[in-house]
Design a protein around this ligand. Structure first.
Ligand SMILES: [Fe+2]
Ligand SMILES: [Fe+2]
Length: 287
């Protein structure tokens, strides 16, 4: 127990890096032999039940919101309905591609989180947005109609294509993690979560806000875990350049549904993550 607390206090789950200056001689980085265990302990602490969050007050409040606010929230929440379904499905080939049973175990834990997120946003689609459909598949179809084109392209075209390449052994796991953890989670979903939290801060939809905040906490460790995997995979400078170039485009995937100040903040965060991980060329453009 004492060891668990010591690790959890010392290292940030979002990066796997030490929170404070290490004592003399200690590494700044969670040791490779310890970090899969570290993330599985973080997961154990974060467990929550997507079916237990009360959405009844949200369903009652929804029709009373102004039209433009409902339109913006529908784009975001329908987008998450589509995106979480896609990431839960297409994480499957990553475990085998990682070729490391401890990493595969943590990816399994991540997949469980993504399935929980998909349930949360399907409930929101059904109970709050009242999207048409008697089944999850029908609601997914309905959600696509409201999802910004850039989000659909990334989650329903690029991600399945990458997962297919990984499954066929034609792509390396670092390219997969560059797209999944650094771009989709670290740019697109992060921007969407921030926009939702900022919009719902007034308590208009308390159940939705609670769900989004819990999802955001899970996504922090997913991004940190991805970054840690990326470090061990020793990606080429070309791959990191591609991640950064894609980050710029992906930050605009939500269109007008995400405010400019949030959109503009996520790319520098991606650069900072890569810089902390020493994956960024020091001569590249400033952070
Ligand atoms: Fe998720
Ligand atoms: Fe995730």
């Amino acid at each position: 127990m004492a060891e668990r607390q010591a690790w959890d206090l010392a290292f940030d789950p979002a990066t796997g890096f030490r929170r404070a200056q290490p004592p003399d001689g200690a590494s700044n980085l969670l040791p490779s032999s310890q970090w899969p265990n570290f993330f599985s302990r973080v997961v154990a602490r974060l467990q929550w039940d997507a079916r237990a969050i009360d959405l009844a007050p949200d369903a009652a409040a929804w029709p009373e919101l102004p039209d433009d606010r409902r339109e913006r929230l529908t784009a975001l929440l329908a987008g998450f309905r589509v995106a979480e379904d896609a990431v839960a499905e297409h994480i499957r080939p990553f475990g085998e591609a990682a070729n490391n049973s401890l990493v595969a175990w943590v990816l399994y834990l991540q997949r469980r989180d993504e399935q929980r997120h998909a349930v949360m946003f399907d409930r929101i689609a059904a109970e709050v947005l009242a999207l048409p459909g008697d089944t999850a598949d029908e609601r997914l179809d309905a959600a696509r109609e409201h999802t910004p084109a850039g989000v659909l392209e990334l989650f329903e075209e690029r991600l399945p294509a990458m997962a297919g390449e990984l499954a066929a052994g034609r792509s390396r796991v670092d390219a997969g993690i560059g797209l999944y953890h650094m771009i989709l989670e670290g740019i697109v979903l992060l921007a969407g979560q921030r926009a939702l939290v900022a919009d719902l801060e007034d308590g208009a939809l308390p159940g939705v806000l609670e769900g989004v905040e819990r999802v955001e906490r899970d996504e922090r460790w997913h991004i940190g875990f991805g970054l840690r995997c990326l470090i061990d995979a020793k990606p080429s400078p070309e791959l990191i350049d591609e991640v950064l170039a894609t980050a710029e485009d992906a930050s605009g995937a939500w269109g007008d549904a995400v405010p400019a100040e949030i959109r503009d903040g996520v790319v520098p965060m991606c650069r900072r993550r890569l810089a902390i991980a020493k994956l960024l060329d020091p001569s590249a453009a400033p952070l």
